[in-house]
Design a protein around this ligand. Structure first.
Ligand SMILES: [Fe+2]
Ligand SMILES: [Fe+2]
Length: 486
């Protein structure tokens, strides 16, 4: 079903791209006729575009995981291909303008960098480096179909745009986007200046030809940064730039640090666990890290009732287990309220809602079972002690839910041999699977095994202790700040 919907997205996308690239402009061309389309070879071009679609289809099947986001990713990628086609057409038309008397000084190739860097830059930031590369390659093919500008220019645009993508790939920040745009422009400028030199151009023309792509590259990078919030909203994706900003500075995180230090410490561990596990299975690691920072913000409403913040007698000692469980469960709805109030992205709100799934507040359920009156049914109580859900629906959500359970369960775990740790983590994951907590989450068994391995590695690293140094027999004559660090 999803496959046939995906095929339709690709077919429609290809037709729109063909229309954008080849439709005659009413202001400068006579109305199109079928004969003219055939005469110009456009039909062949449309068929050739099917090749691009087939390439995307193969790419999708090979690299995109089975995930509810998959279909949306395909739509989003086609949206970016159409955007690239629109920009490419604009660049080609502007390039023809540049051929006129008035614009004779303007190096035509510099326009071509704009669609490449803008579309593939947005693709790298929003959908990942692999897709950015694919978009860059499809751009060359589309330009060749529309208006073959010669091999040197095609290769120049491709090389400079790939260089820009490589500069952008790892954790793009605003500064890195600007650097990548300028770098791509510089590379194209050097290639264009070489071409001008070979054609016997004057020094002045060569300087213009070399510098203009740099300015265009920088302009494209600025355009990427301006368009990014709009595209995130349109495509429903969170870029790494935005994730880094949320994770490094947010009022809610400051409040957690100040008012719920125990929860903050737990949050940091969950974020670390989830990020590492996500990286091992190729899920969105930075998203896991940042979303995990916000998963327990609902505890801010009443931090002192949660185990990690209790220092001394527990307030639950005086409460009925039902009342205690209700207070604990409410941190999910309080978290969603706070997230809405602070306009957190939808994807973060999903993590808050799903991180406990429909699991049971075991401690208080067990206590309530101990206090059951004659004839009361323990099973009937389960509903009262269960989170409302929904269960995790994405790989990232599943990983955060598992990391959350594991962190809470191992907090009081002392030093254990590796085999025992492995056994403990395995049982914990198996329990969640058996309870159907991960039934709607697209994590495969092979991925779960890798997640388990990553969790074990993290726990083992946490157990590592520094050797105990022998006590100093005498104080040094003068203590320096360096002494405190050893
Ligand atoms: Fe929680
Ligand atoms: Fe938690």
């Amino acid at each position: 079903m999803a496959d046939s919907r995906g095929a339709w997205v690709l077919v429609l996308g290809s037709v729109v791209v063909a229309g954008v690239l080849f439709a005659p402009l009413p202001v400068k061309d006579s109305p199109p006729t079928v004969a003219k389309w055939l005469e110009l070879g456009h039909l062949g071009s449309v068929l050739a575009l099917a090749l691009v679609a087939a390439g995307f289809w193969g790419f999708r099947r090979r690299f995109w995981p089975r995930d509810p986001r998959e279909y949306r990713s395909l739509q989003n990628s086609m949206f970016l291909v159409v955007l690239q086609a629109v920009l490419l057409r604009a660049a080609v038309e502007l390039g023809q303008l540049a051929g006129s008397e008035t614009w004779a000084w303007w190096p035509r190739e510099s326009w071509l960098l704009m669609p490449w860097f803008l579309a593939s830059g947005l693709a790298v930031i929003l959908l990942g480096g692999r897709f950015g590369m694919l978009l860059s390659l499809s751009g060359v093919f589309l330009l060749y179909l529309r208006d073959d500008p010669g091999p040197l220019l095609l290769v120049g645009c491709l090389v400079s745009s790939l260089a820009g993508i490589l500069l952008l790939r790892r954790s793009p920040t605003r500064r890195r986007v600007l650097r990548a745009g300028t770098g791509a422009g510089l590379l194209l400028g050097i290639i264009a200046a070489g071409q001008a030199l070979a054609a016997g151009a004057t020094l002045q023309v060569m300087a213009v030809v070399a510098l203009t792509p740099v300015l265009i590259g920088l302009g494209a990078a600025v355009a990427v940064l301006i368009l990014l919030p709009v595209m995130e909203w349109v495509l429903g994706e969170l870029s790494d730039v935005t994730l880094i900003e949320y994770g490094s500075d947010h009022q809610l995180l400051d409040q957690l640090k100040e008012h719920a230090p125990g929860t903050w410490h737990h949050t940091l561990n969950v974020a670390d666990l989830a990020e590492k596990a996500a990286a091992t299975i190729g899920a969105r690691a930075l998203f896991c890290r940042t979303a995990a920072f916000f998963h327990d913000i609902g505890k801010l409403k009443n931090p002192s009732i949660f185990a990690e913040n209790i220092d001394g007698p527990s307030p639950h000692d005086q409460l009925d287990p039902r009342a205690s469980a209700q207070q604990i469960i409410e941190h999910v709805s309080h978290g969603l309220e706070l997230a809405r109030k602070h306009r957190l992205p939808r994807a973060f709100r999903d993590i808050i809602a799903e991180h406990h799934g429909v699991s049971l507040v075991r401690f208080f359920y067990a206590r309530a079972c101990e206090q059951l009156a004659e004839g009361e049914d323990a099973e009937a109580l389960r509903q009262l002690f269960s989170y409302p859900g929904p269960p995790p629906s994405t790989r990232e959500s599943g990983i955060i839910a598992l990391a959350d359970t594991l962190e809470a369960a191992t907090r009081s775990l002392g030093a254990k041999p590796e085999a025992e740790l492995r056994d403990f983590v395995g049982k914990l994951i198996a329990e969640r699977v058996a309870e159907g907590e991960l039934a709607q989450c697209p994590l495969t068994l092979a991925e779960l095994a890798r997640v388990q391995e990553s969790f074990c590695g993290w726990l083992k690293a946490r157990q590592h202790r520094r050797p105990t140094y022998p006590k100093a027999t005498a104080q040094p004559a003068t203590a320096t700040p360096m002494d405190a660090r050893t």
